[in-house]
Design a protein around this ligand. Structure first.
Ligand SMILES: Nc1ncnc2c1ncn2[C@@H]1O[C@H](COP(=O)(O)OP(=O)(O)OP(=O)(O)O)[C@@H](O)[C@H]1O
Length: 366
């Protein structure tokens, strides 16, 4: 799997640029603030349909512009595809696959698979549960189109129910819809929990193996945490649904008082453990980094297991944050598959056998 070309028009600080990428290593160099991360953001958007630095797609529009285009030509599973994302100030983003307008984001999510690794990820272990949920969801949405659909629907219901709870003080009649929304969220939530449980099991096994390659005397493990009434996240969807219903009905009054949805997989977490102890509480800075590194490389391995080809790896200035030993470890592991790697300094580029190098200045290839 690899991106052949990436064309950006009025996206972030790019007015009009076209990148012809190498199927192996692509080095994106430039000084700070020139557009290196913007390019990776565009590449990632072609697989996740999101901008990884913002929930507001309009922020991707070049200042003062009303429309932007990201167009990629890529090869996946032996097929050539083109994907065009049209961002607009006035309308929702439009997606075209091979020239045909797609109705839902979930129809194209994961057609191109990417794994992004940036310096903020190095704190994944210490960050709040939302960051780890995003990490799981980003991978699962690419791996399982049905999961992407369930998640889209769950998020829609969650947003709607939150509005009901928030506005219920002024308009108590809205609460008549609480039950219907809770039941629908439980039905879809049950599916989400099963997907996450299976994925976490595989991810943790793969991550533990990577971790022990870097630090053989320590053991990484983890636990997928979901709603407390769930006795077994691998149980049938019907059983999970019953357990979710039980939990949300027991928390009805608390939800109304808090004016927010307190029960459901939107609160899930992936707890990480080092030698059996909470990594977020007890791990050192270096151990935290090794944990994240292991999770990211494991994510990439799982994509490979699934498809027989590596996803496009987007490394945003992350190597400079790692010590030499960990840098070498990453570089050895990523010798196969396409990589887009940003850097400010030339030190890294000497270690990489880059097939293509792009020097970026103020949103232009120089
Ligand atoms: N919507 C936008 N329109 C125009 N320019 C933008 C927009 N969003 C961000 N920028 C500009 O893009 C630049 C940042 O680009 P980017 O984050 O890709 O930098 P970078 O090359 O990765 O830098 P660093 O090495 O510091 O991480 C900034 O100058 C910022 O002002």
């Amino acid at each position: 799997m690899h991106i052949k070309t990436l064309k950006l028009q009025n996206f972030r600080n790019y007015e009009d640029a076209r990148f012809v990428l190498d199927p192996a290593v692509n080095l994106i160099c430039g000084e700070n603030g020139q557009g290196k991360t913007n390019l990776l953001e565009a590449a990632a958007a072609c697989s996740t349909m999101r901008l990884f630095r913002t929930a507001q797609k309009k922020e991707g529009l070049r200042f003062g512009e009303d429309a932007a285009f990201i167009c990629s030509e890529f090869e996946a599973q032996g097929r050539e595809n083109t994907l065009e994302l049209r961002l607009s100030r006035l309308r929702a983003m439009e997606i075209y696959k091979n020239g045909v307008r797609q109705k839902r984001q979930s129809d194209v999510q994961g057609l191109l698979k990417t794994v992004l690794f940036c310096p903020e990820d190095l704190m994944l272990v210490r960050a709040g549960a939302a960051a780890r949920r995003r990490f799981l969801d980003t991978a699962l949405c690419q791996l399982r189109p049905n999961y992407a659909r369930y998640l889209e629907e769950y998020n829609r219901l969650h947003e709607h129910k939150t509005r009901i709870l928030r506005d219920s003080e002024e308009k108590p009649s809205l609460l008549s819809m609480w039950e219907d929304f809770s039941l629908r969220m439980a039905r879809i939530g049950a599916q989400i929990i099963r997907y996450r449980a299976y994925y976490c099991r595989r991810l943790l096994a793969a991550a533990a193996a990577v971790y022990s390659d870097i630090a053989p005397h320590e053991a990484l493990s983890g636990v997928y945490r979901t709603v407390s009434s769930v006795s077994d996240p691998f149980a049938s969807a019907q059983q999970l649904e019953r357990e979710l219903i039980d939990h949300v009905f027991r928390h009805k009054n608390a939800e109304i008082a808090a004016k927010s949805c307190l029960s459901g997989p939107h609160k899930d977490d992936l707890e990480l453990l080092l030698d059996g102890r909470s990594a977020s509480a007890f791990a050192s800075q270096g151990q935290v980094r090794t944990c994240t590194l292991s999770l990211k490389l494991a994510e990439r391995e799982l994509f490979f297991e699934e498809d027989g080809e590596y996803p496009v790896l987007l490394l945003d200035d992350v190597l400079s944050e790692l010590d030499r030993r960990r840098q070498d470890f990453v570089l050895n592991r990523i010798s196969a598959g396409q990589v887009m790697i940003t850097c400010c300094e030339d030190g890294i580029s000497e270690k990489l056998r880059a097939g293509a190098a792009f020097h970026i200045k103020n949103g232009k290839i120089v």
